[in-house]
Design a protein. Sequence first.
Length: 382
Amino acid sequence: MPDFSLTPEQESLRDLARKFARAEMAPQAAECDRIGRFPEEIYRKAYELGLMNLNVPTEYGGSGLGVVDQCLIVEELAHACGGMTTSVIANCLALEPILLGGTPAQKERILSPFCAKYQLASFCLTEPSGGSDAGGLKTRARKDGDQYVLDGEKCFITNAPHASLYTVFATVDPELRHKGITAFVVPRSAAGVTPGKDEEKMGHRASSTSTVRFEGVRVPATDRLGAEGEGFSLAMRTLDQTRTPIGALATGIAQAALDHAAAYALKRQTFGKPIAEHQAIQIKLANMAQAVHAARLLTWHAAWTIDHGAKGTLESSIAKCFASDAALEVADEAIQTFGGYGYMKAYPVEKLLRDAKLTQIYEGANEIQRTVIARELLQKYA
Ligand SMILES: Cc1cc2nc3c(=O)[nH]c(=O)nc-3n(C[C@H](O)[C@H](O)[C@H](O)COP(=O)(O)OP(=O)(O)OC[C@H]3O[C@@H](n4cnc5c(N)ncnc54)[C@H](O)[C@@H]3O)c2cc1C
């Protein structure tokens, strides 16, 4: 059984993230959401505090944290702003394929200079023709001597307009489907790389999302991660690692919704008493608290499983799927607790609902998570 007590180091990591989230992120969250501002100065501070390249070992200049530690940080950040958190943790997603598939020489050559200063990286898997069916991606990688030439377009790429490095998944032969997919590291400065303009989004508006075009981009074979055809497995193994922190991100949003709802319920009076004294509201708050607690425990369990050397595909899919569904439900109930004020942008809870929604979609939509859960589950009965 996992031990849920935190070490003194974990307590101080969580305190550091909480203080940063409350002092730097929370005061800017509503305004960044309103105007869709990408607060780079906040991301720079997150980097300076060691809250950005969480999964990169310290020998390459990262924070060298396990998944439990990452989840503690991510939940605190997301409590203040889901969108900022998405941008802060996008480096973990983008750099994980290098950690999993890079040679020691590639890690030293690419990660050490990257992590030595504030920089952003993007994970480029999804394409306009589809994200769930990643095995069918169309971006081509043609071998030309000791180089590859990349052509194609990615979409919905977090931080793409601001990133200096992309991990790109392309196929050496579309006929081979997932067996042709190969991963590359591509600097933004390479000729033929063009990020698109920032998308207008429903939520996570402090984060930046755009297309990236690759037109005749020449990549040295030394910047290929793993062998040709290993990219699909690398992408899936990456998502196995990074999906659990999305559960933590969803938990942070849900906890914020519960905190706002409970505080409001104690203040708001109807029929001569605080609405917190009406049983219907108490039941609502109790259900919200159960959902938040269960989301956190499932997330911690998945993180613990991965930190103990297991792949954690089943556990991370369960955690991400449950926590994101819980975040949406809890944010919805928080709005209901606020009544009409909950629907107003002047109050914080409608943003939480919009931010929660994304957690059901990205890093594998929840329909795909349920497919994965069913597949893993049924294997045990076959
Ligand atoms: C704000 C934002 C940030 C993102 N950041 C990144 C990023 O940094 N890098 C990146 O690569 N991608 C990123 N994504 C893309 C994201 O991962 C995809 O949107 C997601 O995987 C779904 O792909 P899709 O949008 O093409 O939907 P589709 O694959 O077209 O799916 C549409 C619907 O059909 C369902 N569906 C599809 N296939 C099946 C099936 N077999 N069974 C049941 N249901 C199915 C899906 O669950 C979904 O509900 C981001 C997306 C958003 C919105």
